[in-house]
Design a protein around this ligand. Sequence first.
Ligand SMILES: [Zn+2]
Ligand SMILES: [Zn+2]
Length: 306
Amino acid sequence: MSGDGSSVEAAAGRSPDDRDRNAHDLPLDAHLHTDLSPDGDVPIDVYAALAVERGIRELAITDHVDFDARDPAYEYASFERRERTVREAAERWAPRGVTIRFGAELTYNTAWDADLRRHLATHAYDFTIGSVHDWPDSPYVPWKVRSWATGRSLAEALGPYLEQITAAARSGLFDTIGHIDVVRRYLHASWSAPEIYGAVELFEPALRALIGSGTALELNSSGYRHPAHEAYPGPPLLARYRELGGTVVTAGSDAHREQQFAWGLEAAYRVLAEAGITALTFRRDGVRTRIPLPDPSSIPSAGDAA
Ligand SMILES: [Zn+2]
Ligand SMILES: [Zn+2]
């Protein structure tokens, strides 16, 4: 999972245009990392206090869980410690109007599908994100990706990632699939976001797998902090998901630092509203629940995030 909290984005916490994209008055941020993720440094109470201050009414704490011993979140914080930390914070903050759910972002790969399945069968989370990161044997790790991209077509370069993300979407193991086109970030030195969006059909098997398994698509606003300044997925992928009949969507900021809390999330909500999505889908107390999106006119223009 070495993709999420890398130093550039983490140190900056803002995009180069330096606009204020702190979100206010939203129902949910469903993707947050605390200091119980190896690449996060935020005590849970800091997020909760920000949520009270800014009117973000519900949070899912989704610290990393890795299954390859070479990945940084492998046995980083035990399930028991993570659960206790979140449940105790939830009790402390409920009286102040913030609901905190115990989730996880689990790194998916077919190589450890069985381990992951076993983990989820024996550990109860409120909400689960399945994500594909630049796994250790992949060609997307920083020291391999440039030579991997050289001399390959875009379809070939995307291939191993798309195979894994499609398997994750098909697995039915997760409430949502995180940052479905984060591979854009790994390949950004070789292909621009518009070039990758130009081949949006390559993502269709993954989008169809989401729809087929009833797994939510995540709108992840961390992309506004990254070079292409677009959420994951970018608008063309979201449009294709909609064309294929997809309606089940969640949203999160994927914060790893205090200043990243809910950052860019208003823009992400706006993108969803403009794509005709009327509600987020989230699991509350074991029940899949629709959370109506705010009136689009009350959300700042998505153009602010372009
Ligand atoms: Zn991730
Ligand atoms: Zn994350």
